[in-house]
Design a protein around this ligand. Structure first.
Ligand code: UD1
Length: 342
């Protein structure tokens, strides 16, 4: 079976993808600098699939070390590039760090792929590239216009997509799949791996589960005066395990030479938008645990509402995110309980 290099493979989406790849029989080598993840994830992965993936603690910006990885694992046939910094606020405060980390790591990966005859890459992009789509583009499909990024983090996703297109234009052998994720949530049903944010969580679900676990006093709901049915923002929350499976499909499609374009783009979402308050109410209902919350002012830079039209991924990739949100929220809670020893 083919070997897949997974950068950022000890991270949240990366670790879930490694599990799905290994369960499909792929050999995996993870490259991760552990800047925002933990080596314990390797044990979690092993507890699920029965063996640990190969692991190299390497920074993707380090071209000498990356060259060594490609030399050592000469059977790499595709790369899934997750490794990136992803905190929106931090990117506003430290733009250069974000541009260096997120742009140079992709450039280094593409250089090493070319030097070692590896022609397939899956890139983690984000629905953030669409900004707030106009009403005629909701739900959002892949043809919706890209809008000026609201943060350096978002900009790195846009620029990375352009880097891939430019390199594909220059290098006919390169095939790329750009996956634009909506809002990944939840944890593996085994509760052996899940999301482990550093410090105070910025994303909704980790904040909800930490509040439920008693680590945070109350959730702040950022605004209830939006132009939505209950006034809170709407997102397309996608189960991380469903998301992980899309990566396996994308890799298969490239390795089997089924792609129709040199660079293919897929929106990965459920097709269903849920509000912050709906998520909160559903979480409380399915877990039976109360989550105190207060409505506060809007968060600067927030998008009012965005959800995916995932038809292309459904039809072309043959993939669908169909895990019920109740199950997803329970998986997030089970993971939080496991981590906190509850
Ligand atoms: C955020 C980023 C996005 C990034 C994504 C990665 C912003 C503006 N966008 O998306 O670029 O790709 O994370 O996962 O930061 N909320 C609360 N209280 C909280 C936390 C969140 O009410 O304590 C609300 C937010 O206002 C939003 C929703 O929950 O309406 C989801 O927030 P979040 O999880 O941060 O995701 P995004 O804002 O969609």
């Amino acid at each position: 079976m083919a070997r897949i290099l997974v950068t950022g493979g000890t991270g949240y989406i990366g670790s879930h993808t490694v599990v799905e790849l290994m369960q499909q029989g792929y050999d995996v080598v993870i490259v991760d600098n552990l800047s925002n993840s933990n080596k314990d994830m390797l044990e979690g992965i092993a507890a699920i699939v029965g063996k640990q993936p190969d692991f190299e603690q390497v920074d993707c910006n380090d071209s000498v070390a990356m060259k060594r990885v490609f030399e050592q694992y000469a059977d790499i046939q595709a790369v899934i590039h997750f490794a990136a910094s992803k905190a929106v606020n931090e990117s506003v405060e430290q733009p250069l760090l974000y541009y260096r980390n997120n742009l140079m790591s992709l450039v280094t990966v593409l250089e090493q792929m070319k030097a070692h005859g590896v022609h397939h890459i899956v890139f983690s992009s984000s629905c953030t590239v669409y900004g707030q789509p106009t009403a005629n583009h909701l739900p959002v499909d892949e043809t919706a216009p890209i809008q000026v990024a609201l943060s350096p983090y978002g900009n790195t996703k846009q620029i990375n997509e352009e880097i891939i297109r430019d390199e594909a234009h220059a290098n006919a052998a390169l095939h790329a799949t750009i996956l634009r994720y909506f809002n990944p949530i939840g944890a593996h049903p085994s509760a052996m791996i899940g999301e482990l944010p550093n410090g105070v969580p910025q994303n909704l679900l980790p904040f909800v589960t930490q509040t439920a676990a008693g680590l945070r006093q109350q959730l702040k709901v950022y605004g209830n005066d939006y132009n939505t049915p209950d006034g809170s923002c709407i997102r397309d929350y996608i189960y991380v395990v469903d998301l992980a499976k899309a990566h396996v499909k994308a890799v298969e499609r490239m390795l089997n030479a089924q792609t129709e374009e040199q660079v293919e783009v897929f929106n990965l979402g459920t097709g269903r938008g849920l509000s912050v308050l709906e998520i909160l109410e559903t979480f409380i209902r399915v877990t039976g645990v109360n989550v105190p919350y207060e409505i506060v002012d809007r968060r600067e830079g927030d998008i009012e509402q965005v959800w995916a039209k995932p038809d292309k991924a459904n039809n072309v990739l043959g993939w669908k995110a169909d895990t019920p949100v109740e199950e997803v929220l329970l998986s997030a809670w089970n993971w939080e309980k496991k981590v906190r020893g509850l």
